[in-house]
Design a protein around this ligand. Sequence first.
Ligand code: ADP
Ligand code: MG
Length: 704
Amino acid sequence: MQADSHSPAPSSSSKAKQLLATPVESVRGVAGKRAHLLHRLNIRTASDLLFNFPRDYQDLSDEREIANLDEGELLSVRGTVAEVAISNRGFGKNRFSILLADETGHLRATWFNQPFMAKRFAKGQHLLLTAKPKLRGMMWEMSHPQVTWLAEEEVADEPRKLLPVYSLTEGISQYHMRRMVETVVEEFGNVPEEVFPESLLAKYHLLPLTQALHDIHHPDDQESLDHARRRFVFQELFILQLALSIRRGQQRELHAPELPAVAKIDARIRRLLPFELTKSQDQAIREVAADMALDRPMNRLLQGDVGSGKTIVALYALLVAVAHGYQAALMAPTEILTRQHAKTLANLLDASRVRFDVLAGGMAKRERDQLLENIATGEIDVVLGTHAIIQEDVRFKNLGLVVVDEQHKFGVRQRAALRQEEHSPHYLVMTATPIPRTLTMTLFGDLDISTLHELPSGRQPVNTYLIEPDKQATWWQFVRDRLREGRQAYVVAPLVDESETIAAPSVAQAFEQLTNGELEAFRTGLLHGRMSSAEKQQTMAEFHSGEIQVLVSTSVIEVGVDVANASVMTVAGAERFGLAQLHQFRGRVGRGNHPGYCGVLIGEGSERGRERLEAFASSTDGFKLAELDFELRGPGDLFGTQQHGLPPLRIADLQRDRELLEEARREAQLLVAADPGLKHENHAKLRSQMLIRYGKALNLSDVG
Ligand code: ADP
Ligand code: MG
């Protein structure tokens, strides 16, 4: 964890500020060479080092002398390596052991089938071993203990119960890092000034900053660590919530064009729709229309399971904007999806005068310049493109609506990027990955939410099977049968770099093997993100037309791809994908009148991975799976602050700390309601912390 969210605010006391800015080079105990290495960890000042929180703690809660060990408890011993035993083979097992000595006796530590361990030990090393010891004959033994290598000087140290574990870089040992932090805490630990008003510390029973700083590096016990951590977690979340709260206030001040879907417009658009809307589509459309009728920007998230029909809601909104003479932009994460939307739009708008175009990545400069000009002069009503393209310097004549499809990133930045001078466009973001409730209420609290609860009628849930290694031949037989019936199939495999050593099938290998094996008789295409945009387009077109029967792909097909004739999905290397992602893959099939099937090839995943996959096979509810993913893996890649366009959190954990998140949110809202610009002198430090951390990301620099 690095400094800035916790580092002290510029304050009246410029002395403190100056002291904390002391370059690490000049901090006692940091030698010149090490200072350089610290820079690699982004630690440049005394303050950075001070706020470089441990990433973990080693629990030595019970350190004993060897003579005083007990069976069945997690215990630690400290001693010197007396002997490194040659591994002895027997019963097919490779055993390696060392003998550790302290003043009271000897202990044997043993590892099975980890021959590489042998290289790490040498006679005379000082170690700290942690495990549940067992008495074998006359000898204490630890099997696969946790090992901490100690420096000479540490051997005699007072036993400390929770040893901090810092992130390191090559050339800095844990021991050195501990020493440097210890020194900086001694010398600078009392310098930072409190950022919270006294009343807030009291209300939430938060440790004062300097004490928390001391305790987070040097906890006396678990309780003191919990206290210290709680203070910093609260601080981090509170400052985040302050920023979001202020941001919300600013949003409310923005102006947007009023685009009501009056009866005439509504009827005209509905006539274009090729099917009857589901109840929730209808409901969502009404919510969207109500927002767009107001003179401040809509800020709505439309969530709905894969195949629930979000696109049509978006198209409705686009056409409302166009009906009022405004332009609209539709952004999608991939060019494949953009093209697909263009096709849907073309079908729908067959007989209408709406002018739309795709702003693509590989366009020739002249063509692109022409298109940009047409957008700027208002010749084009609807612009489709990927997020990246639209965010570039596209100038609109009068942009009224932005729709972002299949977005896992709810980036506030994008909104800012497309903001115009006179007014802000309305904003609709769509996702098939439902956001866990805790987060919609907090982190994503600035979005209103519409939900599509049901799938269009006639849709059948995808049948999902976990395929054990010895059942794979049967599965491929099943796939071939479907192909012979005229259906199409997907095979998804991870894109694995050759540098990676993990035994996962790469998409290239899968392609190679299938085309020379199980699916030899069928026309197969390969799709991955590293292909050029023209190649991808070509492959997708061939799959759409049926020329390609089997599409072997990386997760690029995860979002949105809609080929109704495809009915079988095979996933290899499923351990590498999140549940929400697997659910997305599965959503590619069963879209037409044919039942969909999804086979997950089981590899040698961990038991935990297995549990996840079983949950996946037994539930087709994307919302439930997203909650489960959140339980099992935390916000992970999908719902971290980064997905919100914000810097990563450094100490808080959105899942583990949800209660604190709620508290921080409530309190931040109260504070902002009472002091919207954080002008009160008691709030000066909070304000400056907030600006340092989120000012740029949230465009808050104009606060106050
Ligand atoms: P998603 O929510 O995953 O983006 P889409 O908008 O792509 O779903 O819709 C999935 C498929 O369902 C499309 O082929 C679309 O034409 C079709 N569809 C959408 N709404 C309806 C409806 N009300 N009735 C029948 N088919 C629908
Ligand atoms: Mg979609």
